[in-house]
Design a protein around this ligand. Structure first.
Ligand code: 5GP
Ligand code: MG
Ligand code: MG
Length: 183
């Protein structure tokens, strides 16, 4: 879906599809260099990260396996509950593996810091994080995130995999949702 089909639900386009692809290509170059000669497993967090994963993995050199986790921390609202529950665990044993978590967005950081310590408890060789978006002003916990696409202001965004109540994931661009949609 293109932004032009959003009516007045979208307040602002923050990043176009082209800008997102270009930034992911740059991150893929950094990642390719940093993991040269190492086997890396990409771990995506469902469902928001599906498009980041799809575009990032195709920009990476060599053959790179992926796996997925699903956790719940948000209901249908726009605020993090801080409660994390595994809905779908990895299929892969990550012992001695280099894990790169692929995320759509870090908001409070509560979900990802929980996922990271959960994965670290499984004796991987390393765990790093790649996120397309980060909201520095919203951080409730410090997260060491090695690869960040864009830092954004503290507003609720949708598109490119990111939903509001399961809607707008198929929007090509990323934008802020007009307050009338969720208030
Ligand atoms: P956190 O625990 O860091 O606050 O948020 C974790 C998850 O909440 C993200 O992976 C994402 O799925 C969702 N989330 C956080 N901020 C936003 C936002 O601005 N828009 C959307 N659509 N989802 C968000
Ligand atoms: Mg996510
Ligand atoms: Mg969501």
């Amino acid at each position: 879906m293109d932004s032009s089909h959003m009516g007045n639900d979208l307040e602002n386009v923050l990043f176009t599809e082209e800008q997102i692809h270009q930034r992911l290509d740059e991150l893929a170059q950094d990642i390719g260099r940093d993991y040269e000669g190492k086997d890396v497993l990409l771990v995506g967090v469902l469902k928001g990260a599906i498009l980041v994963m799809a575009d990032l993995m195709r920009a990476l050199p060599g053959s790179v396996p992926m796996d997925w986790m699903a956790v719940s921390s948000y209901g249908s609202g726009t605020k993090s509950s801080g409660v994390v529950r595994i809905l779908k665990d990895l299929d892969t044993d990550i012992t001695n593996k280099h894990v790169l978590i692929v995320e759509d967005i870090i908001d409070s950081g509560l979900t990802l810091s929980w996922i990271r310590s959960n994965l670290e408890s499984r004796s991987p060789a390393s765990v790093e994080i790649c996120t397309l978006l980060r909201k520095p002003e919203a951080a409730k916990v410090e997260i060491d995130c090695k690869y960040v696409g864009f830092e954004i202001p503290n507003a609720f965004v949708v598109g490119y995999g990111l939903d509001f109540d399961e809607k707008y994931r198929n929007l090509r661009d990323i934008g802020t949702l007009a307050p009338h949609v969720y208030s």
